[in-house]
Design a protein around this ligand. Structure first.
Ligand code: BTN
Length: 244
């Protein structure tokens, strides 16, 4: 199978793979990875810990000519690719927490951060960063603020990091090709909807600084969550949506 990616770069150590791709000039469809990310960033200015040589940090660069879609579909693709890999390892209770995180039960195993670069009002590129807890153990993860797990904890097996990258790359390549080359957004939407396990669930969310409760009805054409509040459907495109 032809790879979706044009350039694959391994960095021995780096502050942040996202920052690296934002600040350096690489071609469209470049993917970088490291096992030693020293200043990883999460969403809402949080820190993302890598635990040197235990976990992996990956970033993907997509340039303007590919900007046919809402960024949320890139997040969907990275999540579907990872959950497919985790299913192959027979890990149970995998759930994509719409839109950015992957959980096993109520413990986070991976997070995604997308960032866009604009130059003089002109869109230049999107960078999608994925941090996956691969071999971190309980001692590592208990230092974090929130509950987290890893592939090692779930399977009791160490997953050699280069092997993990190679396997994940195959899944990413497959799903990005479905999105960009085959242009089958509906396939992505269906797979994502199935794996989010959020349809029909009661949720709490923030809309215009007000806390609301509702029932998730669907994922819409733009990747937004359609939440039923009374007789109305409210569209939520980003922000924190919590199961209650
Ligand atoms: C989150 O859960 O808040 C998102 C975490 C995103 C972490 C990844 S690791 C690769 C890329 N580089 C970064 O600095 N952050 C992202």
């Amino acid at each position: 199978m032809k790879s979706f990616f044009n350039e694959i770069i391994y960095l021995k150590t780096i502050g942040s793979t996202n920052t690296y791709l934002k600040e350096n000039n690489h071609e469209d469809r470049t993917i970088v990875y490291t096992f030693d990310q020293t200043e990883g960033r999460g969403r809402t200015n949080k820190k993302w810990s890598n635990f040197k040589d235990k976990n992996i940090a990956i970033s993907i660069l997509l340039r303007s000519k590919n900007r046919i879609l809402n960024d949320i579909w890139y997040i969907a693709v990275c999540s579907i690719a990872l959950t497919e890999l985790l299913e192959g390892l027979k890990i149970k209770d995998i759930r994509i927490k719409w839109p950015n995180d992957i959980y096993i039960n109520d413990e986070k195993i991976a997070g995604i951060l997308t960032e866009s670069v604009w130059r003089s009002d002109k869109f230049e590129k999107t960078v999608i960063g994925i941090g996956v807890n691969v071999n971190a153990d309980l001692n590592d993860l208990k230092t974090l603020d929130n509950k987290a797990t890893s592939i090692f904890i779930q399977t009791q097996n160490n997953y050699e990091l280069n092997a993990f990258f190679k396997d994940y790359l195959d899944h990413l390549s497959k799903w990005f090709s479905i999105l960009f080359d085959e242009k089958k957004i509906y396939v992505i939407k269906n797979e994502w909807t199935k794996r989010c396990k959020i349809i029909g669930q009661k949720v709490k969310f923030n809309k215009d600084n007000e806390i609301c409760f509702g029932l998730v009805d669907n994922i819409g054409q733009n990747g937004e969550l359609e939440i039923k509040v009374g007789q109305n459907i409210i569209n939520v495109l980003s922000g924190d949506v919590e199961l209650v």
